[in-house]
Design a protein around this ligand. Structure first.
Ligand code: FAD
Length: 435
């Protein structure tokens, strides 16, 4: 099997300062005062808020750990990925998608859109800069942020301390891979990769591949593996809602939003489940058991997103994809499942999702939970914290949530920006002098 592409990913990882052995670093340090807001992350959320601020005449600085914008989309997603939601629900503020883009743009089209978005608003993120910590300094009323910037030569890194009045967290809900630790995992002889390293089914032709996790990525990767003549199986540990991507000729998400304007959530859920039953059939019969509460209510209560079927169910139904319950343990060549079945596999793909990395670098007790970095305030309140702290893209509402947050944050900073007086500048001068 050709796993060369995995080496390429490891090569990219070498450029991640957090992964670098300390002895490789020759570091220098400096401090910079930034007049406008500092934004952490150059994904869609960071770009959106920078653009909204720019529209209001407020300069900002984006710090991004990767060497490109939208690194999640460019470096960590599979080739066949398209937006799961229609483009009009995913566009960023002040710039629609090009008219000739399809309803569900490909990831390449989405990245091209984001690049031209950054260009249109003259946004130039500071790449290769990882924010290591951010803390509000009550003695001067500014945020102090410690960062590490990797130089052109891999062995060079520069520590810079940034000081600013406003800090916008846009580091994403999907900043770090979640990798479960199963008994016997080290003994397994084949490759075990996370979906963030999966590009296509090409290296897995004719192989027995177990995909662990059945969110949108896991389901779609199973389909991709089928298209490359691999033999995929899917682990479905929990109950889940699978819905058709479209119903009545419109996106399921769009239909739900429209119905919610008129009907209570429970009724909309009943409608979604009825149409799903009529179009994609009874998923329980395929081993995909539905939760007791409806898809929208579940999303609201737990943040768990329903899976939108893009053709995987048909492959499960015709036997091309096998479904297994939870994993109990790994052996050198097989997986034992919780129902006692033992099955041989050549490779494992962990579609076990992502988590945010806020608790590792942000010192804050108000806006984000210390435990998991989730927003403490319910939607739509989660965009504003204390002491000039803001967040964009943490409402568990995808790119639509991002656009709403970005507008609100820019509007709120604008009010303070206009009130900004010589006092702020004096304090800034004092901070600079204290260095
Ligand atoms: C496979 C997949 C498909 C998806 N499809 C859709 C879809 O169709 N529609 C939708 O609405 N949503 C979708 N999503 C959700 C997706 O998370 C959002 O679309 C979008 O990427 C969120 O943008 P963001 O800027 O908030 O986060 P990200 O895109 O994750 O960007 C955050 C950026 O912050 C950087 N960063 C993180 N920590 C630090 C640090 N300490 N210092 C400096 N930089 C840092 C990261 O490198 C990254 O570039 C999908 C997600 C995945 C994984």
């Amino acid at each position: 099997m050709d796993y060369n592409y995995l080496k390429e990913i490891d090569g990219k990882r070498l450029h991640d300062p957090l992964m670098m052995p300390k002895t490789m670093n020759t570091s220098t340090s400096s401090r910079i005062w930034v007049q406008g807001p500092i934004i952490v992350g150059a994904g869609p959320s960071g770009l959106a808020v920078a653009a909204c601020l720019k529209q209001r005449g407020i300069p900002s600085l984006i710090l991004e750990r990767a060497n490109c914008l939208a690194s999640l989309w460019q470096l960590k997603t599979y080739d066949r990925l398209r937006l799961h939601l229609p483009k009009h629900l995913c566009q960023l503020p002040h710039m629609p998608f090009p008219l000739d883009f399809p309803t569900y743009p490909t990831k390449q089209q989405f990245v091209a859109y984001l690049e031209s978005y950054a260009q249109s608003f003259n946004i130039e993120p500071d790449y290769n800069t990882t924010v290591l910590s951010a803390e509000f300094d009550h003695s001067c009323n500014f945020w102090r942020m410690k960062t590490s910037k990797v130089g052109l030569k891999i062995e060079e890194s520069v520590s810079i301390e940034y000081v600013c009045q406003w800090l916008v967290v846009a580091s994403g809900e999907n900043a770090e891979e979640v990798k479960p630790d199963f008994e016997g995992m080290d003994e397994f002889r084949g490759p075990i990769i996370h979906t963030s390293h999966y590009k296509s089914g090409d290296p897995f032709r004719d192989k027995r591949v177990l995909v662990v996790g059945c969110g949108n990525s896991g389901m779609e990767i199973c389909l991709d593996l089928c298209n490359y003549n691999a033999r995929p199986s899917l682990v479905v540990r929990d109950t889940l809602h699978v819905l058709p991507q479209e119903m009545l000729g419109r996106s399921t998400f769009g239909v739900s939003m429209w119905l919610l304007k008129w009907l209570p959530m429970r009724l909309v859920d009943s409608f979604l489940l009825l149409v799903s039953r009529l179009t994609i059939g009874d998923t329980d019969r395929l081993g995909l058991y539905r939760p007791k509460i409806g898809p929208l209510e579940l999303k609201k209560k737990t943040g768990k997103t329903p899976v939108l079927d893009v053709g995987t169910l048909a492959k499960i139904r015709n036997g091309s994809i096998k479904v297994f319950p939870g994993v109990k343990r790994f052996t050198s060549h097989a997986i034992e499942f919780v129902d006692g079945k033992l099955e041989d596999f050549d490779a494992i793909i962990l579609a076990t999702g992502y988590k945010n990395n806020i608790p590792t670098w942000l010192k804050d007790n108000v806006l984000f939970s210390k435990k998991d970095g989730h927003s403490k305030k319910p939607f739509p309140e989660g965009w504003k914290g204390e002491n000039g702290l803001y967040s964009v893209g943490f409402a568990k509402r995808g790119l639509l949530g991002t656009s709403m947050d970005a507008e609100r944050v820019a509007e709120d900073i604008e009010l303070q920006w206009n009130l900004k007086d010589s006092k702020t500048m004096e304090s800034a001068d004092q901070v600079s002098e204290s260095y």
